[in-house]
Design a protein around this ligand. Structure first.
Ligand code: BGC
Length: 743
């Protein structure tokens, strides 16, 4: 539709119709069912309002969507098509690894492809908008939603943000692309105590410098929607925060898309205590520039009347509706309201071989090898040939033990696969290798009896069963050359409403590990999780430890690939693994103190704890390979630069092992003396290199003045002259460094 026609449409719409565009229905209002992602019963709508609603959340299925679209458009006075929105987070039907794992790939290219695949599948199913990417910076592993974020670093998250928006949206007009929605604006990743939905206390500087860049990167990449966050920031919930939504998001960042509230967040401002009732909440939200009220009753119940009474200028409604109509127009919905490929086409797309292959590669690249005392890969020849000899047998018998050995639920809390049987378990992945000497045992229940989950308390059916499983597992472990333990936390212990006060795996699983260790110390532990866990004891009792997160559809195949050496682990942690819960929040880009302490030492009257060092167990950027990489000293092509000039920093990386491997070379900068304290280091670049045994490669990074900018003492975003430190290595704790001066 032309812009003139769109304007005509807007002018011709009644106030009720316009407000309708600003209302998002929960699925059950239209279908009596659908995906439920929050409290139900939050909206009370008249039939007329339902008929005029502009969008709906939580419905999938091309046929159903087409039928509802037709039905709704008939009721709509101007036959305006609806937007169908859903949380397509790490894949739609082909499930990719959770976003935190995607972060560990350090591969924006893979993230882009994962999102492009998700968009292709989701649009074939009739969807128009995904509530992704989630770009909340995360530093506190207690918070269950860390699984949805790329991780703890502003630079990495920004790279991922751009890639994900590109992947989903590309050219929005194409039928296999969908609109992306960055979320949760802003600062939702820092709730007090790691408790979901809690208050957020961030200084303006920390907000600007650490928390906002990834959202801004998504805005600059053209992301079409933004979602408000549930939390308060500076005591104001985002859905009513005019400064945040208008001044920062729209004016400063230049966002001109649609702002949608989070699930019933507008009306929840009453519970926050900043609105007396839903009516006042609606007024605050519309003034803050919230265009769509997701499933609360605030806009539906009060906005029309607020305009009629003159308390809300109609202009605000017009602006919001204009943005919504623009989005619908850019999606081509006016011309093609049933914007789906035909169903035979959809069948070809969902879970197609190409996507499964990508999911497998991506999952393997996201696994992080935390420890390896030479036991991995399991296949001798894998160590030498990196998969060239795919049929070489392992050196002995292997016992695969644990509740994650034959478990399909390895796709994370934000995926809703229709057919769980399609998810490849570890057992299936191992069996597909066709190797002799493999045996499998459950070992124990996945969760402890009495454990609280989002869906109630766990009641494991039988203690006798648990004893039998344990006996069988121990017999098997004792009689095998090698044990692979597949352990971890349940997928629903992370994700929304998945905050925890402990960072361990269930006690029943720890008991299994301890007992197996007594009969066979030759243990490789494969750890499934949606957050960094405190893995000290697990690492100590295992000879190798591989974190596989929630790997998705091809998880079992990818795990078998990596364990047998058909693929080489290459993931690097995108979020720090603490030693204990007490260290949390813990992140690599922290600030120096006036009482610095060597991170691995404890000294009285120095920064840190009495009973534990400050160094985390495994820092951001850390991850092993089956080979090793040596770094030369950091070389700088000059030692001084001025604004407008550049310095090239380089290292030579050498694969010193006897198999090929992929290394993520990381560049960190530090400004050791500035008008405000600067982080001990900040990631400013990374490069993945594949090196054959013995091969060396020079890796270069260009350093320019804008990379040195920060919010100075006056809150101006500038660089300050002086000395800078450059670190290049394979992890955030590298000491490989050089220095230069900015004149
Ligand atoms: C979550 C959002 C999600 C929305 C819709 C909310 O509870 O916070 O991330 O997009 O539900 O499902």
């Amino acid at each position: 539709m032309t812009q003139d026609k769109l304007k005509e449409l807007l002018q011709d719409m009644s106030l009720e119709e316009k407000v309708g565009q600003m209302i998002q229905l929960p699925a059950d209002v239209l279908t009596g069912g659908g995906l439920v992602t929050g409290p139900t019963g939050t909206t009370q709508l008249t039939d007329e309002q339902v008929g005029m609603a502009g969008s709906v959340l939580g419905i999938e299925g091309a046929e159903k969507i087409c039928e509802l679209q037709k039905r709704q458009m008939e009721k709509q006075p101007h036959h305006i098509p609806m937007l169908f929105m859903l949380d397509v987070i790490n894949g739609f039907e082909t499930i990719f690894p959770i976003p935190l794992a995607l972060g560990c790939t350090f591969s924006p290219e893979m993230a882009e492809e994962a999102c492009a695949a998700a968009a292709k599948e989701a649009t074939s199913d009739g969807l128009h908008v995904t509530f992704s990417p989630m770009l909340d910076l995360v530093r506190d592993a207690r918070w269950g939603r860390v699984m949805e974020s790329p991780g703890e670093d502003p630079y990495l998250n920004s790279e991922m943000a751009r890639a994900m928006v590109r992947g989903y949206q590309g050219d929005l007009h194409a039928k296999d692309k969908m609109a992306a929605c960055l979320k949760h604006f802003a600062g939702y990743g820092a709730p007090d105590g790691g408790r979901d939905y809690d208050n957020v206390e961030l200084s303006e500087r920390t907000l600007m410098e650490d928390y906002l860049p990834a959202y801004e990167a998504a805005v600059k990449a053209g992301c079409r929607l933004a979602m408000t966050s549930f939390n308060t920031l500076n005591r104001i919930p985002s859905s009513g925060n005019k400064w945040l939504m208008r001044k920062i998001l729209r004016e400063k960042m230049g966002f001109d898309g649609v702002v949608i509230s989070d699930y019933s967040a507008v009306e929840e401002m009453v519970f926050h205590g900043i609105a007396a009732d839903a009516r006042e909440a609606a007024k605050l939200a519309v003034e803050a520039g919230v265009d769509i009220d997701m499933v609360s009753n605030a806009y539906a119940g009060h906005l029309t009347e607020l305009v009629r009474s003159g308390e809300v200028p109609e202009k605000l409604v017009d602006e919001a509706v204009w943005r919504i109509l623009q989005l619908k127009n850019d999606l081509g919905l006016f011309e093609e309201p049933l914007r789906v490929v035909d169903s035979s086409e959809a069948e070809k797309v969902l879970l197609c071989g190409d996507f499964r292959q990508k999911a497998r590669e991506t999952a393997a690249a996201s696994f992080v090898l935390l420890k390896n005392e030479g036991v991995l890969p399991l296949r001798e020849d894998g160590r030498k040939n990196s998969g060239a000899e795919k049929n070489a047998a392992p050196t002995g018998s292997i016992a695969w033990i644990g509740p994650y050995v034959d478990n399909h639920e390895i796709y994370g809390a934000w995926s809703f696969p229709r057919n769980k049987e399609e998810i490849v378990t570890v057992k299936q992945g191992v069996e597909a290798k066709g190797l002799p000497g493999m045996a499998f045992a459950q070992g124990c229940y996945l969760m402890d009896k009495g454990c609280a989950t989002k869906y109630g308390q766990i009641t494991n059916p039988s203690d006798e069963q648990a004893d039998l499983w344990m006996e069988e597992a121990l017999r098997l472990a004792e009689s095998s050359d090698q044990v692979v333990l597949c352990l971890g936390e349940h997928k629903d212990l992370s994700g929304e409403a998945g905050s925890r006060t402990s960072l361990g795996i269930p006690e029943g699983q720890m008991e299994l590990l301890r007992k197996v260790r007594q009969v066979n110390p030759n243990i490789v532990t494969v750890l499934f999780c949606g957050r960094p866990l405190a893995v000290g004891e697990i690492a100590e009792l295992s000879r190798a430890l591989l974190v596989v997160w929630m790997p998705g559809t091809e998880g079992g195949n990818a795990i078998a690939d990596v364990l047998f050496g058909d693929r080489i682990p290459q993931g690097k942690l995108s979020m720090t693994f603490p030693r204990s819960l007490g260290q949390v929040p813990v992140y690599y880009n922290h600030f120096p103190t006036g009482r610095p302490n060597p991170p691995h030492e404890i000294h009285l009257f120095r920064n840190g704890y009495l009973d534990q060092v400050t160094a985390p167990l495994y820092p951001f950027g850390y991850g092993l390979s089956y080979t090793e990489f040596a770094y030369s000293e950091v070389k700088l092509d000059r030692r001084e630069m001025k604004a407008g000039e550049r310095i090239t920093a380089s290292v030579t990386v050498t694969n010193t092992g006897d198999i090929s491997g992929v290394e993520t070379v990381q560049l960190y900068l530090r400004d050791p003396s500035a008008s405000v304290a600067r982080p001990v280091r900040s990631l400013k670049g990374f490069r993945k290199v594949t090196l054959a045994p013995g091969e060396s490669r020079e890796v270069r990074f260009v350093i320019e003045e804008p990379m040195l900018r920060f919010y100075d003492i006056h809150m101006d975003y500038v660089s300050e002259p002086g000395r800078f430190e450059v670190y290049i290595g394979g992890s955030s704790d590298t000491e490989n460094r050089a220095e230069f001066v900015l004149g």
